[in-house]
Design a binder for this molecule. Structure first.
Ligand SMILES: Cc1cc2nc3c(=O)[nH]c(=O)nc-3n(C[C@H](O)[C@H](O)[C@H](O)COP(=O)(O)OP(=O)(O)OC[C@H]3O[C@@H](n4cnc5c(N)ncnc54)[C@H](O)[C@@H]3O)c2cc1C
Length: 256
C-alpha cells in the first residue's frame, strides 16, 4: 500500500506535469498497480478534475482519455461495435469486474507492462498516445521511450481504420496474467501483428496477407521469447504460432 505526505487535485495539466517532474511525486490512476508496492511519496496528484473520464469520437479516430477505466472500454457499445468487440475480448479476462472498473487507460498505458492486454491491442492498431509535454507519439515509439522522462498521459487515439482487429491470449488460470498475448490488425492487405507477455514488452511486425500458419511461424521465428514462472521461451514460441494463426484467421473472416 502506498504512503504519501500530500494529496493534490490538479487544476490543470500544467500543474500535474510540473508536480511530477519531482521524482518524489506521482500521478494517481486507479491506484491498483501503485498499491501493489509499499512506496512512500511526497505528493500524489489526482487528475479527476481535468475532464479525462470520457470517450470522444472525432473524424477518423476515437479519443480515449486517461481516466476512462478498462471496464468502460470493455463495455462501451459504440467502441466495441466499431472495433468488432476486440476490447470486450481483450479486457474481460483481466482479474475481476471491480479491478477493471478502477484500472485506468492512463495508468495502464503509462505502466507499459509487458503482459498488458490493452497495450498489445493498441500496438497492433497503430494507436497513438497523447502526452501533455511530448505531444502525440505512436504506441510503438512510446513503448521504447526513456521512462525517466516524466510526462502525463492525456489520452490514447485509436485510428478508425483499425476496426478489423483480433486478440488472442493464453492464461494458465482465470484471472492470472497471460503467458502470451497477441493482437492482429488488418488494414487492406497488410497485417500488423503484435505479441506481448513474451514476457518482455510487446513487439510488432508487419506482414502482407497470406497463409495464416506460414505467417505465424515466421513471426514466432523472428521474435525473442524468455522464461518466467508462467512458461518457458520454447513454450511461448509454440504458443505464438497457434495464437497468431488464430488471430490472423479471425481478421481474414468477413466482418472481422
Ligand atoms: C492484481 C492485478 C492483476 C492484473 N492483471 C492484469 C492482466 O491480467 N492483464 C492486464 O493487462 N493488466 C493486468 N493488471 C494491470 C491493470 O490492468 C492496470 O493496467 C494497472 O493496474 C495500472 O492501472 P491503474 O489505473 O491502476 O494505474 P496506477 O496504479 O494508478 O498507476 C500506474 C502508474 O502509472 C502512473 N500514471 C497513472 N495515470 C497516469 C497518467 N494519466 N499519466 C502518466 N502517468 C500515470 C502512476 O503514477 C503509476 O506510476 C493487473 C493489475 C493488478 C493490480
Amino acid at each position: 500500500m502506498i504512503h504519501y505526505e500530500k494529496y493534490v487535485r490538479a487544476k490543470s495539466m500544467d500543474e500535474a506535469y510540473a508536480l511530477v517532474q519531482n521524482f518524489d511525486n506521482v500521478i494517481l490512476g486507479g491506484m491498483l498497480w501503485l498499491n501493489t508496492g509499499n512506496a512512500h511519496y511526497g505528493t500524489v496528484v489526482d487528475l479527476c478534475d481535468l475532464d479525462l473520464d470520457r470517450i470522444k469520437e472525432s473524424g477518423d479516430c476515437y479519443n480515449i482519455y486517461a481516466y476512462v477505466t478498462l471496464g468502460r472500454m470493455e463495455t462501451d457499445e459504440a467502441l466495441n461495435a466499431h472495433y468488432s468487440g476486440v476490447f470486450k475480448e481483450a479486457l474481460s479476462d483481466i482479474e475481476g469486474v471491480q479491478l477493471r472498473n478502477m484500472a485506468t487507460v492512463g495508468g495502464t498505458v503509462n505502466l507499459r507492462a509487458g503482459f498488458s492486454d490493452l497495450c498489445v491491442v493498441l500496438l497492433a492498431m497503430n494507436a497513438q498516445v497523447k502526452l501533455y509535454n511530448a505531444g502525440i507519439v505512436s504506441m510503438e515509439k512510446f513503448l521504447t521511450m526513456d521512462r525517466s522522462r516524466r510526462d502525463v498521459v492525456k489520452k490514447i487515439i485509436l485510428p478508425k481504420n483499425a476496426a478489423n482487429t483480433a486478440y488472442q491470449a493464453l492464461r494458465n488460470s482465470a484471472t492470472d496474467i497471460p503467458v502470451l498475448n497477441c493482437a492482429v490488425t488488418k488494414v487492406k492487405d497488410t497485417l500488423r501483428i503484435a505479441v506481448g507477455a513474451r514476457p518482455g514488452s510487446p513487439v510488432v511486425v508487419t506482414e502482407q496477407i497470406g497463409d495464416a500458419k506460414e505467417i505465424a511461424e515466421k513471426v514466432a521465428e523472428n521474435i525473442t521469447f524468455g522464461d518466467n514462472v508462467r512458461g518457458s521461451a520454447e513454450y511461448r514460441k509454440l504458443l505464438c504460432v497457434t495464437l497468431v494463426k488464430r488471430a490472423i484467421e479471425q481478421v481474414m473472416k468477413e466482418g472481422k
